[in-house]
Design a protein around this ligand. Sequence first.
Ligand code: EPU
Length: 480
Amino acid sequence: MTHSLRIPDLTIPTRPETGTGWSAGVGPGDAGDPAISDVDVIQVNGAARLAGTVHVVGAKNSALKLMAAALLAPGRSVITNVPRITDIAIMGEVLRRLGCDVRFDVDDPVDPMVGVGGVPRSRSVTIGVPEQPGVEADYDLVRRLRASICVLGPLLARRGYVRVAHPGGDAIGSRGLDMHIAGLTRMGADISGEHGFVIAAAPHGLHGAEITLDFPSVGATENLIMAAVLADGTTVIDNAAREPEIVDICTMLIRMGALIEGEGTSTITVVGVPRLQPVRHATVGDRIVAGTWAFGAAMTRGDVTVTGLDPTYLEIALDKVVAAGGLVETRANAFRVRMDDRPRAVDVVTLPYPGFATDLLPMAIGLAALSEGASLITENIFDGRFMFANEMMRLGADIKTDGHHAVVRGRERLSGAPVRATDIRAGAGLIIAGLCADGVTEVSHVHHVDRGYPDFVADLRALGIEVERATAPEEPELTI
Ligand code: EPU
């Protein structure tokens, strides 16, 4: 079955959605709904300083997988603290096309930033899962949301057959699926590729297996856990990813009745059970959004308090801010970063958690570009992540890349220019770099930022920044 349906809107409505239709509840009255357009731009002025308090809601990279995990139990699961971003809206549509009833509502508790003039940045999502969910995720959605691949494990476990479009690579790298496939194959699945689809079949069900991942892949660990919870017998995943988002999904699955041990360590053991129950679960806070503000405070020599996240999830990132000269205070579910003087250069190496997150690489480069001295930045996760360095160079950053290393020589100030967001994190990094550049910086293609940051503009304003968002006129088509 293929769908040629055009997705009419990519926003999660601010009001409770009553129908199951994709665009229900979205209308002109929904003030604050970001208009998604390829040419949307965010404009900031330089010499700005981030100061104030910002609250982070649930992590995109957890909520997406929690929504997929709901597929494992027929009935209604409720996930709260879900960020109101495009990627979540797309995942909602993926689940609807699998036959689920998906409803976004006012979050409980309500996002505290609403009280300071923002629109709600989090939602709760209720997912009604049928006894027999569909078995196909097609390319028109998977190409928009690579993470749709996370329905592979749960659907294979529930239905014994699944077809998911191969997501292909993207702007940050080639992004293989070999570890997902090798792991599921060890659990008894027969996996093939055809017409751009990954097709997995396990007509007699999945069985437990000993799996050692070549690399602690986040996505492969999640898919394998979701397949293993309903498999026959015990699965041991070695060299598993240890991210807080992995712990979050395991916590939800355990509350659904799954038997899992070792989450948060490199060895995860799952004993399969015949059936799981629906659940209500709150998404863990977004450490990448929180880290963006931590680096933003350091880059702009500001003073920012971030609430909504256990700061231990950002330990190495905050250590780097301290090494650069920042003052960091941590509390139970909050932290504060202050930078009074020009930052000092620090070297950064991205690694799987608990290492420095690759998603904060644009922020690390931004900080290095403004620091006193030279920094060596090494990217170990994605082969295309330095693509964004070209845009930073348009802002005057002195960056030389060689393979997966970049040498960044800091400058006192950058120089405002029009630049283009190439991915979610690059977009956020460029906007913050623009705050440290002389003159005006206009970042285009900010629909990428909407994919990961709920209302970035409102957060910037809450931190004292004057910022404009507009839709730039479309460029005329050139013909010969
Ligand atoms: N890889 C393979 N084969 C596999 C799986 C992964 O070669 O079977 C490679 C990838 O190509 C990549 C590396 O291993 O080079 C890491 O991939 P991983 O599976 O760990 O990442 P992911 O699950 O695809 C998630 C996040 C990313 C984040 C990475 C690393 C989601 C939806 N995405 O991706 O987030 O950068 O983990 O922490 O959870 C973002 O939010 O902007 C983002 C890109």
